[in-house]
Design a protein around this ligand. Structure first.
Ligand SMILES: [Zn+2]
Length: 261
């Protein structure tokens, strides 16, 4: 298949699929911390596989993942943002937390177009998805969006976090919970049994301890931040830049003022 995708094996039966090799917002083939990338993840069990997020703006992604897995694929979405549902019309059905259904079906006014006819199945907190020989656990963690979820592969201890526990956090583009309430949920997440996290926009692994960095930045650094950034279609957001982008000691937060509570 003619398809410019980069595939990194992460663990037994788990692959990171990326694109944007040398385009804007890319860091080439590197898996070191760097500029934002776009990553989907394929987890293959004995009977079926899951593809986490349609993060690549390439219509061949689903077919490519199917050929790599060699078995039926379920498409799981960490949330309903437009850069996670590219070419959703190329898949027969997808699984999503119902709180983000409207975002997908109606689009986000001024930002993205709708997918009104997609068959969406609900994901719920604590749900176990059996792939045959391995099970994926769904963890609900609202904040980035109300329907944001994480996926834990219990066999490898890898946690797939979408845009939730990432080095760049966009907060409050659509109605959500206060960010300090979100922090309490991040603290609870640390009690779950996992070792590293993989996000949708960094190829590097994030150690579990990175959650402490997020908590520090939101609780200690955000109140001191004075910058704002204008997001097209959204408006002015408060902006925190912390650390260096080519290290793990980096966090970039854009947040609507009303959620800083
Ligand atoms: Zn997002």
């Amino acid at each position: 298949m003619e398809c410019k995708l980069i595939v990194h094996p992460l663990a037994h039966g788990i692959f990171q699929i990326s694109d944007a090799m040398h385009g804007p917002n890319s860091d080439g083939y590197s898996t070191e911390p760097g500029k934002a990338t776009a990553n989907s993840y394929l987890i293959i069990g004995e009977e079926r596989a899951v593809l986490i997020d349609l993060t690549l703006n390439t219509p061949e992604l689903y077919a490519y993942a199917q050929s790599l897995a060699g078995k039926p694929i379920l498409v799981l979405l960490t949330h309903g943002h437009p850069d996670h549902i590219y070419h959703l019309n190329t898949v027969p059905e997808a699984w999503l937390h119902p709180a983000d259904d409207t975002m997908v079906r109606e689009g986000i006014p001024g930002i993205s177009f709708p997918y009104p006819d997609t068959v969406l199945h609900p994901l719920t907190d604590g749900q176990q998805i059996d792939l045959g020989g391995r099970t994926i656990k769904v963890i609900s963690l609202p904040g980035h969006t109300m329907g944001s979820v994480l996926f834990l592969d219990q066999e490898s201890g890898l946690l797939f976090v979408g845009d939730t526990c990432a080095r760049r956090l966009l907060y409050g583009v659509t109605p959500t919970i206060p960010v300090f309430r979100h922090c309490e949920m991040l603290e609870r997440l640390m009690k779950q049994d996992f070792s590293v996290m993989y996000s949708a926009h960094d190829r590097c692994a994030l150690p579990k301890e990175y959650i402490q960095t997020i908590l520090h930045c939101i609780r200690e650094e955000l109140p001191k931040a004075g910058e704002t950034v204008m997001i097209p279609g959204v408006g002015e957001m408060k902006n925190l830049h912390w650390g260096e982008e080519d290290t793990l000691h980096y966090f970039d937060l854009a947040i609507m003022e009303q959620y800083i509570q």
